[in-house]
Design a protein around this ligand. Structure first.
Ligand SMILES: [Zn+2]
Length: 80
């Protein structure tokens, strides 16, 4: 299993949907790989924070400023 494989299967793992063999391979890889151990340990927090953020509304002033920043960046990045 590679780091990419682990990342792709993480949701299924946390949902309890991985077959035993795939679960064992994931846990074995995480045991050998510090990056994936960190990913496993932060996954639940990330999912919880993402769900919380999805429920929040962006204030209109912030959305307008963001649009303006994107327009400026695209103007600067435009080919001359
Ligand atoms: Zn890894």
């Amino acid at each position: 299993m590679t780091c990419k494989d682990l990342a792709e299967r993480l949701g299924a793992y946390r949902a309890g949907e991985l077959p035993l063999g795939a679960r064992a391979a994931l846990l074995f890889h995480a045991g050998m790989c510090p990056c994936c151990r960190a990913l496993l340990s932060t996954y639940d927090v990330t999912v919880a924070l993402s769900a919380e953020l999805a429920e929040r509304q962006v204030p209109d002033a912030v959305a307008l400023e963001f649009d303006s920043m994107i327009e400026r960046a695209m103007t600067l990045a435009a080919p001359s």
